[in-house]
Ligand binder design. Structure first.
Ligand SMILES: Cc1ncc(COP(=O)(O)O)c(C=O)c1O
Length: 355
């Protein structure tokens, strides 16, 4: 049994589907595997998978996420970015018809050690410049030679991930493309390259499978370009309730550290959401939010279970609905105020809504 805290998450599946159709417009000839790892960035992995009926497959980070989807009846291809970490996990990957990404040479050793008749498709994930998980470009030929000898492996596609897709002007993007293209020229196979930033910036058009994440959830992957300008609709709405309206005097402080002082006699509201609910503690005074549909701002520090808001000029009373982000308040704007990215806010709040 879980304890529901006061903060409420609502998910607009029609907006999710709308955003998926935007992805299709960018890459009409590619298959799309929505990235639904980390509980679909906090949006609920299963409901997202079920509602994206036009998706060609899905991508998750870890094996357990993929097995969960299979056990809940998701039958489409599922790619697993971290692949398998040992022989037992390889066997589960095969048993559940998953498509693991191979990014380490020792994973090839495990593939070779396995005696199997059941076919397996894999991705060879190449380090073209991300420097995270990936086979070094120099090792790829050797990997393909080894893979060809493993009879149960049917398809070994090539996958890469951009380090700077959020900055289309960054020279490293072209360097990564050149590195990937050189490997592809020698090994003609299926490809998967683009995340949201790369899709929107048209960094790499010809690919079999694209891997959008954040744009599906209605947030912009490119700083300076709003989600609205990209015709992306917010999917998550994070709400709480006004639980106090305090009439404070000029000079009175608000919150831990007394970081904010009332410049005049004024109403300050208290909202029952805090960093325990995934609202960012680093959101400073002036971070936007909406009380009963009226835009206002945070004052003072975010507490564990509450935040304070400036209610000057706002028609507000206890019980009013407060939107922390959603249709009125952009999660991108809140993230930028808090010095982080929407990904973190969506994951943290979505995954801490129910305990
Ligand atoms: C390998 C890989 N591909 C695609 C994505 C999706 O990225 P985005 O959410 O920026 O579209 C991610 C997300 O982190 C990833 O790790």
């Amino acid at each position: 049994m879980g304890i529901n805290r006061a903060a409420k998450i609502s998910i607009d599946l029609a907006a999710l589907q709308h955003n998926f159709q935007q992805v299709k417009k960018y890459l009409p000839n590619s298959k799309i595997m929505p990235v639904i790892k980390a509980n679909a960035y906090g949006h609920g992995m299963l409901q997202v998978a079920r509602s994206l009926a036009d998706a060609d497959g899905f991508a998750v980070a870890q094996l357990a996420e993929a097995i969960f989807l299979r056990e809940q009846g998701i039958e489409k291809p599922i790619s697993v970015f971290q692949g398998f970490l040992n022989q037992a996990q390889l066997q589960l990957s095969i048993q559940y018809h998953l498509r693991p990404a191979i990014s380490q040479l020792w994973q090839l050793d495990l593939l070779q050690a396995e005696q199997q008749n059941t076919p397996l498709d894999i991705w060879l994930k190449i380090n073209t410049g991300m420097g995270r998980l990936g086979i070094q470009a120099d090792d790829v030929d050797h990997c393909y030679q080894r893979l060809e000898k493993i009879s149960y492996i049917k398809q070994s596609g090539l996958m890469m991930h951009f380090a700077n897709a959020d900055n289309p002007q960054n020279a490293s993007n072209q360097q990564q493309i050149d590195c990937f293209q050189a490997i592809l020229n020698k090994n003609k196979t299926t490809t998967s390259v683009s995340n949201s930033g790369a899709i929107i910036s048209h960094l790499f058009e010809q690919q079999d499978w694209a891997r959008p994440g954040i744009m599906l959830y209605g947030s912009s992957p490119i700083p300076g370009q709003s989600a609205q300008s990209l015709n992306l609709k917010p999917v998550m709405c994070l709400q709480a309730e006004l639980i106090a309206v305090n009439q404070l005097k000029k000079g009175q402080h608000v919150g831990y550290g007394a970081t904010w002082t009332c410049p005049e006699d004024m109403p300050v509201g208290i909202v029952n959401i805090g960093y325990a609910d995934g609202y960012p503690r680093h959101a400073p005074t002036d971070t936007p939010l909406a009380v009963n549909g009226q835009l206002t701002r945070l004052t003072g520090r975010v507490s564990m279970d509450s935040v304070a808001v400036d209610l000057r000029g706002i028609n507000a009373q206890c019980g009013d609905r407060v939107e922390l982000w959603g249709k009125q308040v952009s999660v991108d704007e809140v993230a930028s105020c808090a010095g982080t990215i929407s990904y973190e806010l969506l994951c943290n709040s979505g995954n801490s809504a129910i305990i």
